[in-house]
Design a protein around this ligand. Structure first.
Ligand code: ATP
Ligand code: RIB
Length: 309
């Protein structure tokens, strides 16, 4: 039996341009390629979790435009339960404009569109999705009140809740207390822990503060350097896998989706982190968000030696 998880979050269509370098403010650069690819942090994480072996119900909102319909079709191809995806006419589905540079780094601007219409009442209406779920996962590309409703739904049923706090915003302690695992990157951790400037606090210090705020497990993701893990009885920098990165878009999403699948399937924290870092390392060797998410077999057969830089 596959572990059951609920993912609540955004769905976007990514307009991707390959560039030599990310344009500075006021600068225009000529790109070398253009792709229209499925994305959105919520959808990326739902797809990554499904490919990593979970039975996923996705709570989201798309419009009835071509992008929204295409997204629904894609979710079904990955075996995701789409009964809880609201279709909201009269607006555009979520869109992201993405530049991917030669070194694999990116810049992203999101027009949320229908994602902003995923409301707390939609979480209440999705009650059945939470029945028998082993884990709940959300991000912050939908209204924060909706994320709070997701956290409440998990909390009331004592289901572990992973929050990937991206894009970064300041989070109320009432929400932080309901989080089992938080997975910010360095800059998101800095926002939550009220750093005045980057580097203001060390990574271990930020992780410690996240636990003091009520989170049970902090995993600060550090790109190619891996993650910093902190629980009440474990603290470690766990290195990532060395690969040739061509596009890091959605590395964090693949990490979160695979992490959720592994934890829901009964892996312990260290095993789940290793599984997720393998999945994320594979994803950065491929172009795009959802197209880069690996399948269970690929993660199991991942050989770091043959993927060395
Ligand atoms: P994004 O916003 O691009 O989805 P993020 O900032 O949320 O990413 P990162 O910290 O960049 O998340 O990456 C998440 C995880 O993905 C890392 O902890 C690591 O395991 C893996 N990863 C990211 N970049 C690389 C890389 N260049 N090589 C190997 N693994 C990587
Ligand atoms: O995390 C990557 C995602 O961020 C992209 O797919 C884009 O849609 C934005 O939501």
């Amino acid at each position: 039996m596959k572990p059951k998880i609920v993912v609540a979050g955004s769905s976007n269509t990514d307009m991707v341009v390959k560039v030599h370098h990310i344009p500075a403010p006021g600068e225009t650069v000529m790109g070398s390629g253009f792709m229209v690819l499925p994305g959105g942090k919520g959808a990326n994480q739902a797809v990554a979790a499904a490919r990593a072996g979970a039975d996923v119900s996705f709570i989201a909102c798309v419009s009835d435009d071509a992008f929204g319909i295409q997204s629904l079709n894609n979710f079904r191809k990955d075996g995701i339960n789409t009964s809880y995806v609201k279709v909201q006419p009269g607006m555009h589905s979520g869109v992201a404009l993405i530049n991917v540079a030669d070194d694999g780094e990116n810049s992203i601007a999101v027009a949320p569109g229908a994602n902003s219409q995923l409301l707390p009442e939609d979480i209440l209406k999705s009650d059945a999705a939470f029945k028998d779920a082993q884990l709940v996962l959300a991000q912050l590309e939908i209204p924060v009140e909706t994320v709070e409703a997701v956290a409440d739904a998990a909390w009331e049923r004592k289901i572990p809740f992973i929050l990937n706090p991206a894009p970064g915003i300041k989070i109320q302690e009432s929400l932080l207390r309901k989080i089992t695992v938080i997975t910010p990157n360095e800059s998101e951790a800095a926002i939550i822990t009220s750093c005045r400037q980057p580097g203001d606090k060390s990574i271990p210090q930020m992780a410690g503060e996240l636990l003091e705020m009520g989170v049970k497990i902090a995993m600060i993701t550090l790109g190619s350097r891996g993650i910093f893990l902190k629980t009440n009885d474990d603290e470690a920098l766990i290195p990532g896998y060395k690969v040739r990165a061509v596009d890091t878009t959605a590395a964090g999403d693949v990490f979160n989706g695979a992490l959720a699948a592994a934890l829901a399937g009964g892996s312990d924290i260290r095993e789940a982190v290793d599984f997720a870092q393998r999945a994320a390392a594979i994803s950065v060797t491929r172009i795009g968000a959802q197209p880069s998410a690996p399948y269970l077999e690929e993660i199991m057969n991942f050989d770091p030696e043959t993927n060395q830089k």
